[in-house]
Design a protein around this ligand. Structure first.
Ligand code: ADP
Ligand code: MG
Length: 357
């Protein structure tokens, strides 16, 4: 373009009227073309004179700034006649981050505006994820470091306990130490589990099996505390995609919470049912129930109302259920009881869902 104009300028004295008209038409076409580029450019462009007044601006500039560029530039303290680059935030009509670049030109200053809101959000997300990962790794490293000496401590305490004569006054404090170490150990395991979840190993299975196995584990407690357990399990159940060991952990966490919420002689009802889409397992207890505050933060880590709670059970359970493609819901009334409901998709539905993308 530049060379073209230079050429015309050099020879303009020698051009006749017809040739001048031709050149003029060429330049008019070119100007129209540039005008279109200017008007439709997605980047905002503002041309400022030497004093910073707006000579021209394109529609994108107005759209990005959310107001007339002539008004906006007054508040932007743009460096005149200099090359520069910076980020500004505009809050109207919505919050946006704009990158502004300036370039000195003959007429004054050229200002480019570009919306970098999405770009910036993405970078911040990446930074945050990276930082979370680093913290996780550090935390699990520390947890492992604590875990090993803790194990040794537990083993040695048990050796000492075994050596102590039955009537020794040290028996009591040693037993206390052992139970404290066990408690620390279980907190640590829960913590590591929460940090490093293993993906479920899904295979078609019957949801009743891990439930029964879990009930066996807890049987002694039910009997010891005279808890009435009501079961409603249909003989035939549709298969679900299942990691039995993980689902047993979920049931264990829910039943343990129920046991901790009810008085001796209380009641737990467990029901399994199926419809066209889901297999549903529900656990109802007639225990303490939860207040609004507890309900609002349920499934969040380290939220516990118990003196010796870890606040990890439900968070881990919810994640396992989610990894199974299912949902977990809760209904609770303070002083009346609590019902947890787990829904897992029937295997045909899962396959259908996957097939449909
Ligand atoms: P933890 O049992 O270690 O406190 P959980 O994640 O298992 O951690 O449970 C979090 C909290 O949810 C409990 O402290 C308790 O307040 C509440 N909660 C869970 N299940 C029940 C239930 N069945 N009845 C009453 N409250 C419950
Ligand atoms: Mg619990």
């Amino acid at each position: 373009m530049r060379n073209f104009f230079k050429g015309v300028r050099r020879h303009i004295g020698r051009l006749d009227a017809q040739e001048l008209r031709n050149q003029y038409n060429l330049i008019a076409d070119e100007a129209e073309f540039l005008e279109t580029l200017f008007e439709t450019n997605a980047e905002g462009i503002i041309v400022l004179d030497a004093e910073g007044g707006v000579l021209r601006s394109n529609p994108a500039a107005k759209a990005l700034l959310g107001m007339e560029p002539a008004d906006a530039v007054k508040t932007m303290s743009i460096p005149l006649g200099k090359a520069s680059k910076r980020e500004i935030t505009v809050t109207y009509p919505e919050e946006k981050t704009l990158e502004t670049r300036t370039l000195p030109i003959k007429a004054g200053t050229l200002v480019y505006l570009r919306d970098i809101t999405a770009e910036k959000a993405r970078t911040e997300d990446e930074l945050r994820i990276g930082a979370t990962r680093a913290v996780r790794e550090l935390a699990s490293g520390v947890a492992h470091e604590i875990g090993n000496p803790l194990n040794a401590l537990g083993l040695n305490l048990r050796l000492i306990e075994r050596e102590l004569p039955a009537e020794s006054p040290s028996r009591e404090p040693v037993a206390q130490c052992i139970s404290l170490v066990e408690r620390l150990d279980s907190i640590l395991k829960g913590f590591l589990n929460a940090l490093r979840p293993s993906r479920p190993n899904l295979a078609p299975g019957n949801i009743a099996l891990p439930l029964k196995s879990c009930l066996d584990t807890l049987k002694a407690q039910f009997v010891g505390r005279s808890i009435a357990v009501f079961l409603d399990i249909p003989a035939a159940l549709p298969t679900v995609a299942l990691d039995s060991a993980q689902m047993e952990q979920v049931f264990f966490n829910l039943l343990k919470n129920a046991l901790e919420a009810i008085r001796d002689g209380g009641k737990i009802e467990i029901a399994i049912s199926a419809d066209d889409n889901d297999v549903t397992v529900s656990f109802s207890d007639d225990g303490l129930g939860m207040d609004a505050e507890t309900l609002a933060h349920l499934f969040e880590p380290y939220r516990t109302t118990k003196e010796h709670g870890t606040g990890l059970g439900l968070m881990i359970s919810a994640r396992i259920v989610r990894d199974h493609g299912g949902t977990i819901d809760v209904q609770s009334r303070e002083g009346c009881g609590t019902k947890f409901t787990i829904r897992l998709p029937r295997i045909e539905r899962r396959i259908r869902a996957l097939g449909n993308g």
